[in-house]
Design a protein around this ligand. Sequence first.
Ligand code: ADP
Ligand code: MG
Length: 339
Amino acid sequence: MADIIQLLPDHVANQIAAGEVVQRPASVVKELLENAIDAGATTIKLIIKDAGKTLIQVIDDGKGMSVTDARLCFERHATSKIKSADDLFQLNTKGFRGEALASIAAIAHIELKTKQAGDDVGTAIVIEGGSVTSQEVVVTPQGTSVSVKNLFFNIPARRNFLKSNAVELRHIIDEFHRVALVHSDINFVLYNNGSETFNLPVSNYRQRIVNIFGTKTNEKLVPVDEDTEVLKISGFVGKPEFAKKTRGEQYFFVNNRFIKSAYLNHAIASAFDGLLKSGTHASYFLYLTVDPQTIDINIHPTKTEIKFDDEHTLYALLRSAVKHSLGQFNIAPVLDFER
Ligand code: ADP
Ligand code: MG
């Protein structure tokens, strides 16, 4: 009997992993922005051409990488963020899987420039099809710039299934908002096809929301603040007249991470019970802080879903916090003329 099992070569394994991590240009944007935040950047620039199909570049002024790390960061499971499985439950970084750069490198062309504080020169590396094609010593500012070009160049099926530029750009901007809303202490700039679309100054949550969604938003925000032993909630819900037909402006952050949760969304909807016109959805920007020991964020490669130890308590606390705020601010029901 012949043996038939073999280990896949790295570039094949990376390309398979990339299928999960990188669904579209916006996924690359998310990963690069998160790396810049983890690097302690105070200013992060995102440069997009043709909805990311031609170029996605993120420039940060964070801590940069050494020459060795600049090469190592493209290896699968190469990370500076955790050392053991236990660290998964005390995470204070966005990343921990060490898969993003390896995945992106497997399906796109990458140019990396990076320099650490105190070094005179930095490193520039070009990667094509998963392997390094050039490495040079360069003069570059402190921090890191990653340019991603020709996304899915070697996966025509994926490339062909990308949506129109308008749709892909929408996804990118959504991702940009999700990251910028929770990191109001970082200056974010977005250039789309050469023009500056956003320049968000360092501020606070409220100001950041207003800078993104417009000055009119300010008067529509009802603050939510609740500090319990299990959970700290801060942020805002939109007044009922701010409710939307679409589920657009609904943002949950858990320990600084944007999270999707139909269950917790329901908690908020139920706090708004009787206050909304039928067919509309409450807007909210809620920032939850929980003990990292009580959540598991390693259940999905893109980390937008998490598992809570005690989801029911969270539901109840959230619902009562929102109800309390709405009551305190004397929010009356919107008359429903459509019924
Ligand atoms: P992860 O973020 O899960 O660790 P990545 O593949 O995204 O995995 O990045 C691998 C490593 O490369 C990171 O752990 C970090 O040490 C380094 N790195 C990536 N991007 C940057 C950056 N913008 N600035 C400094 N270091 C970075
Ligand atoms: Mg990362």
